[in-house]
Design a binder for this molecule. Structure first.
Ligand code: ADP
Ligand code: MG
Length: 156
């Protein structure tokens, strides 16, 4: 099962709206591996996701803390930025966050690749011109079939 979808976002608002649809589908233990260059919109997307989960706090980049957690929503959100783990596959205890029944969003997942579960939703944001972004979704997890269909219908 290979799910694949490519969307174009022309504004931060649209990226947050896409994340909103995503957030309404998420469930305990879900892992989102979120890739893209600096300034692509990873944290912006995570902010939209947090809002959709009913999280009241403003999501900021966790770069210097590696991980920030938010507990005011429908599900806990663990926002991980592995950028500073560049030197390779440090065990940050991702499995514990997954078992804790939250949603884990991981920026720079390539730096902790060996800990990313196969069931993850992989999102790649590419910077086009100006505010335009190409957002690619990939997953082998059949649970996301309806999500991909709804995203396609709403944003394509
Ligand atoms: P990252 O976490 O990938 O480094 P951020 O989300 O922190 O990126 O920053 C992305 C920046 O790009 C923000 O200032 C945001 O307003 C801007 N931006 C412009 N267009 C878009 C878009 N279509 N989607 C997301 N962010 C966008
Ligand atoms: Mg960021």
């Amino acid at each position: 099962m290979k799910l694949q979808l490519t969307l174009t976002s022309l504004s931060p608002h649209t990226t947050r709206a896409i994340a909103g649809t995503l957030g309404s589908f998420l469930d305990q233990g879900d892992v989102i591996a979120l890739s893209g260059d600096l300034g692509a919109g990873k944290t912006t997307l995570t902010g939209g996701l947090a809002s959709a989960l009913g999280i009241k706090e403003h999501v900021i980049s966790p770069t210097f803390n590696i991980m920030r957690e938010y507990h005011s929503g429908r599900l806990p959100l663990f926002h991980i930025d592995a950028y500073r783990l560049e030197d390779g596959n440090a065990d940050i205890g991702l499995e514990e966050f997954i078992d804790d029944g939250g949603v884990s969003v991981i920026e720079w997942p390539q730096y902790i690749f060996e800990f990313i579960p196969e069931s993850a939703l992989f999102i790649n944001i590419f910077i086009l011109n100006g505010d335009a972004r190409r957002i690619e979704f990939n997953s082998d997890n059949a649970r996301f079939i309806d999500l991909f269909a709804l995203l396609k219908e709403t944003f394509k």
